[in-house]
Design a protein around this ligand. Sequence first.
Ligand SMILES: Cc1cc2nc3c(=O)[nH]c(=O)nc-3n(C[C@H](O)[C@H](O)[C@H](O)COP(=O)(O)OP(=O)(O)OC[C@H]3O[C@@H](n4cnc5c(N)ncnc54)[C@H](O)[C@@H]3O)c2cc1C
Ligand code: FES
Length: 243
Amino acid sequence: MKQSIFEVKANTKIAENTYKMVLGGDCSGITASGQFVNIKLDGFFLRRPISVCDYDDNELTLIYKVVGKGTEYMAELGAGEKLDILTGLGNGYDLSKSGNEPVLIGGGAGVPPMYNLCRKLVAEGKKPQVILGFNKENELFFENEFKALGAEVTVTTADGSYGMKGFVTDALKNMKYTYIYSCGPEPMLKAIYNTAETSGQLSFEERMGCGFGACMGCSCATKYGNKRICKDGPVLEMEEIIW
Ligand SMILES: Cc1cc2nc3c(=O)[nH]c(=O)nc-3n(C[C@H](O)[C@H](O)[C@H](O)COP(=O)(O)OP(=O)(O)OC[C@H]3O[C@@H](n4cnc5c(N)ncnc54)[C@H](O)[C@@H]3O)c2cc1C
Ligand code: FES
């Protein structure tokens, strides 16, 4: 874990209630796709955890949905604002298990961590397929960004306003793949587990307290005992979870 000051370079609305924030700063604490950062916001006691969407040595990209007071505050931040951020949190995805044609499944606010993962898999010569699930068309983001990486992309919307009508698992049923990586709401992750034809890794965005393993506020029951999403996760193996 590393604590650094980052500067907001841009903070733009990319879909309904959804913003992309690009920050400049030292990203050397980030070591794996699927890790998260924890952001200190003036006037808020708890930091807000947000997944790393993309990063290089000194630029960090986050995508966040406005759902409450903290993310409302973030949406107001303009270029030049400084933020105290803990980086390098969580375990991240293990790319070595992907096989040649993994499927990456992001649901809503779970889409962002799939981006850096996809970029790394493509760089390794893998052929990732991507499923992006949203409730409706105006929530959609990053379809073109994933396509620009060279991935095959399927979008599902629950109301059928864009792409395939239905849930990510409706798209998954028709696919051949070597492994699954996913991030999204827990009911979606459970549905993926029930549909999956291979094993995989799932990222849980549970509610958090401290964010670094001290409070047990993010505990998840697994076959190996309770695990803390913030410290032992957020990525867990599909088969270890007690659903
Ligand atoms: C590992 C991880 C990665 C995440 N990545 C993303 C992401 O990439 N994009 C995104 O839009 N959201 C992400 N979230 C969810 C995000 O942290 C919450 O939406 C945000 O903290 C809500 O803050 P708020 O003040 O606006 O809402 P409030 O509901 O007012 O927050 C009150 C408290 O609850 C906590 N909280 C509320 N909802 C959540 C939640 N779903 N998960 C965790 N803590 C919550 C807040 O941290 C805060 O302490 C992630 C959560 C976790 C745990
Ligand atoms: S949030 Fe405190 S232990 Fe995970």
